[in-house]
Design a protein around this ligand. Structure first.
Ligand code: FES
Length: 103
């Protein structure tokens, strides 16, 4: 699936991934602002993104543990996800994610 990351500098980075998490795809390709410090176990929030409003139904809902992490985050909004919790599938093709501010 083709996934577009919009960084906090407003740079668009388009990446192609077949499997694994979106966080891993971003980290492997050096997307700035996605650090994946916890390795994808939903405990660091350094993979915070905002899903484009028109794409929220593609990515589904945040899990309870993910929501709990996001509640602690000042930049979280209704479009927030921790992208280590989003598995890449073909259905996500065309997804646009805004990388969240980290502080
Ligand atoms: Fe740590 Fe997603 S990589 S919460």
């Amino acid at each position: 699936a083709k996934i577009t990351f919009v960084t906090t500098d407003n740079e668009s980075i388009i990446l192609e991934g077949a499997s694994g998490s979106i966080m891993q795809l971003a980290v492997d390709n050096g997307v700035s602002g996605i650090d994946g410090d916890c390795g994808g176990v939903c405990s660091c929030a350094t993979c915070h993104v905002h899903v484009a409003p028109e794409h929220v139904e593609k990515t589904g809902e945040a899990s309870e543990i993910e929501t709990d992490m996001l509640e602690l985050n000042d930049h979280a909004n209704e479009y927030s996800r921790l992208c280590c919790q989003i598995e890449i599938t073909d259905a996500l093709d065309g997804l646009v994610l805004q990388v969240a501010e980290s502080e």
